[in-house]
Design a protein around this ligand. Structure first.
Ligand code: VG1
Ligand code: CO
Length: 542
């Protein structure tokens, strides 16, 4: 019953920072999804006899896309597909299932923090047998196939029932529909002290978890409310919706403003958290204090030994290049190796597989460890809870103590969204062309120490990834980075990352944008973003 259908290459099927993301209408057009899925099978050497995981964040179009992927897996000879019930799996839960079942990889349907719906975004990414996002060599191979593809394989069969947990089949292929939450929740129990966390909630600790109508709702309810006894209603926006209820499921102070308002109100909860569309990002907030993701990574690394899963200490700490150097200071103090990788979780995979890094993080609200091969929002939130339970201090006390011990890396990211591509390229091109002449130059009272276009030499497999962002470092430890987003679906998004170090003990609690003012001014002087784009300022500041 397998049919071979003729097709033609479709332009632009190049996976970005994290899989292929397009407008839903583009993905739903005839042959679009099919071509890309066949390209994945071809790039991994076919599907014959293999086992895969399938799931996603439940966004609009996922149900029909799941049926196409199942029918194509069967036609490509797969032996078995493990599907999250209703095709739902958070990205970290999918990564876990790939590893737990020793499968050959998995398909994750998500455009992550991008909005969902018929007029918004859809996405698909393939994770390899280690549970992590396909490395660059593999995504390049997929793209190459999409440029020459002439046919795809799909079975003619009725839709598979994926709403009922249990075993079923599609021709010769087994389809195992599994509960989305239980294996993942069990994994969390092996890493964190659930007894201490239950006691914390029993003692009246108040938390607000905003799942933003996205995939973590059922996970957070099961773990926080059912297993840990947090009061019902601790998790808000807990029902995943195909369009996220119109929310932009990106956990940052701008898009999670309801949570921010609550955390900054008089008598707000003790701890607040939010996660994104597919559950791999997290934002943490204390009462009256926002924790920047770069600082969160540093605090988690410095305190991870307080949780049972990490009591033996860490092997190393890795961060993406634009992430602040706060984590490096922790690594130095603990005598651990630290790594600086390009943006995107796929670059942490080799370090985690090789046992060189235990904890990894990105400034974009992503933190994770070697328990899976993706960043993991609820993992970070539970580690924070475990640290709060052990230290018996508030988030604010923990942050202040951290800055006193290590100094503070003031940090912010300014995003200029949906720019015309040529305008964004002009900004990048201008700064890139001047990099060679910058060292030694004085800008806004600071001296440029180093300027380059970041290239990463993977210490594990020796692969080289070039053009990963323009960086300018100053002799006082300040830094600015400029790169183009690889996850957007409209025009170009320019990201400006800003950092300034204050050693303390004075000046550790300044307003972040004020503390960064000289670096912001230096960025404008060197790159002319406002001048070239004509924009008055960034669209999103985090
Ligand atoms: C962004 C973030 C990056 C993250 C990626 C995927 O990429 O900056 O750190 O890994 O999103 O996250 P970009 O290329 O737009 O800067 V998710 O949660 O959207 O899968
Ligand atoms: Co995500």
């Amino acid at each position: 019953m397998a049919t071979v259908r003729a097709t033609k290459p479709i332009e632009g099927q190049k996976p970005g920072t994290s899989g292929l993301r397009k407008k839903t209408r583009v993905f739903a057009a005839p042959g679009y999804l099919e071509n890309f899925v066949q390209a994945i099978f071809d790039a991994i050497g076919g599907g014959k006899g293999k086992t895969f995981v399938l799931g996603g964040d439940g966004r609009y179009f996922s149900d029909s896309a799941a049926q196409v992927i199942l029918k194509m897996a069967a036609a490509n000879g797969a032996a078995r597909v493990i599907v999250g019930q209703n095709a739902v799996l958070s990205t970290p839960a999918a990564s876990h299932l790939i590893r737990l079942n020793k499968t050959d990889g998995g398909f994750i349907m998500s455009a992550s923090h991008n909005p969902g719906g018929p007029d918004e975004d859809f996405g698909l990414k393939f994770n390899a047998a280690n549970g992590g996002p396909a490395p660059e060599a593999l995504t390049d191979a997929m793209f190459a196939v999409t440029r020459t593809i002439s046919e795809y394989r799909i079975v003619d069969a009725p839709d598979v029932d994926i709403a009922t947990v249990g075993e079923t089949a599609l021709g010769a292929m087994r389809v195992s529909v599994v509960d989305c939450v239980s294996d993942y929740a069990d994994l969390m129990e092996t890493l964190f002290d659930f007894k201490a966390l239950r006691a914390l909630f029993q003692g009246g600790f108040r938390m607000r978890m905003d799942s933003m109508n996205a995939v973590t709702g059922p996970y957070a309810r099961e773990i926080l409310e059912n297993r840990l006894g947090a009061p019902k209603g601790t998790v808000t926006h807990a029902v995943p919706l195909p369009d996220f209820g119109g929310m932009h499921p990106d956990p940052n102070p701008v898009w999670a403003h309801e949570l921010m308002d609550e955390m900054f109100a008089a008598n707000g909860p003790d701890f607040g958290a939010a996660s994104d569309g597919d559950g791999d990002r997290n934002m943490v907030v204390g009462r009256g204090i926002y924790v920047s993701p770069s600082d969160s990574l540093a605090v988690l690394a410095a305190n991870a030994h307080l949780a049972p899963g990490y009591k033996g200490g860490l092997k190393g700490i890795a961060r993406s290049m634009p992430t602040s150097a706060a984590a490096d200071r922790v690594a130095a103090k603990l005598g651990l190796a630290s790594y600086e990788t390009p943006t995107g979780w796929k670059f942490f995979g080799n370090l985690l597989d090789a046992g060189r890094a235990t904890i990894c993080g990105e400034e974009s609200f992503g933190t994770g460890s070697d328990h899976v091969r993706e960043k993991d929002g609820l993992w970070a939130i539970l580690l924070w809870l475990n640290i709060l339970a052990e230290r018996k201090e508030t988030v604010e006390e923990i942050m202040n103590a951290h800055w006193r011990a290590y100094g503070r890396n003031y940090y912010s990211r300014h995003d200029y969204d949906a720019l015309p591509v040529d305008v964004a390229e002009k900004v990048m091109g201008g700064l890139r062309a001047s990099l060679g002449s910058l060292p030694g130059r004085k800008v806004q009272g600071m001296t440029v120490a180093h300027a380059d276009d970041f290239a990463y030499n993977d210490p594990v497999d020796g692969s080289v990834s070039k053009g990963q962002g323009l960086r300018v470092s100053f002799s006082d430890g300040s830094r600015l980075v400029l790169r183009l987003s690889g996850t957007g679906t409209e025009g170009a998004t320019l990201r400006l990352y800003l950092e300034r170090y204050a050693a303390g003990p004075e000046g550790l609690t300044e307003d972040v944008q004020l503390a960064l003012a000289p670096v912001i001014a230096a960025a404008e002087e060197l790159a002319g973003i406002r001048a070239i784009t004509g924009r008055e300022g960034p669209d999103v500041v985090t």
